[in-house]
Design a protein around this ligand. Structure first.
Ligand code: ZN
Length: 107
């Protein structure tokens, strides 16, 4: 079972209390972008076997969106952090580097 700690209220919630929101850190394309960029934004997603950054909502708790870094194979959670950032925080990246050396080469 996947258990994520909400970075806002501190509750360690299992997946029945959460709602998945897909891949984190997407660049949103506006109306001034070309069709190909908009197509890629709408339809292309990462589906890695290993480290993945995702959006989650604490839907049966505080209701806020947050990000989680986890392994899609083992469900190991590297950390959670607020959704108002454009890239993962350094402490999360350092944790992943320590537990999964070389993961950036496959990302
Ligand atoms: Zn919460």
């Amino acid at each position: 079972m996947l258990i994520l700690t909400c970075p806002y209220c501190g509750v360690a919630a299992d997946e029945t209390e959460l709602h998945p929101g897909g891949e984190a850190h997407l660049t949103r394309e506006g109306p001034e972008s070309g069709e190909e960029a908009f197509h890629d934004y709408l339809f292309l997603r990462q589906n890695p076997k290993g480290v993945h950054f995702e959006r989650w909502r604490h839907s049966h708790g505080c209701g806020k969106w947050f990000h989680a870094a986890r392994c899609t194979v083992s469900l190991e959670v590297f950390g959670t952090y607020p959704a108002q950032v454009s890239e993962p925080p350094e402490d999360i990246l350092s944790t992943i580097d320590a537990r999964r050396p070389g993961w950036r080469d496959t990302a």
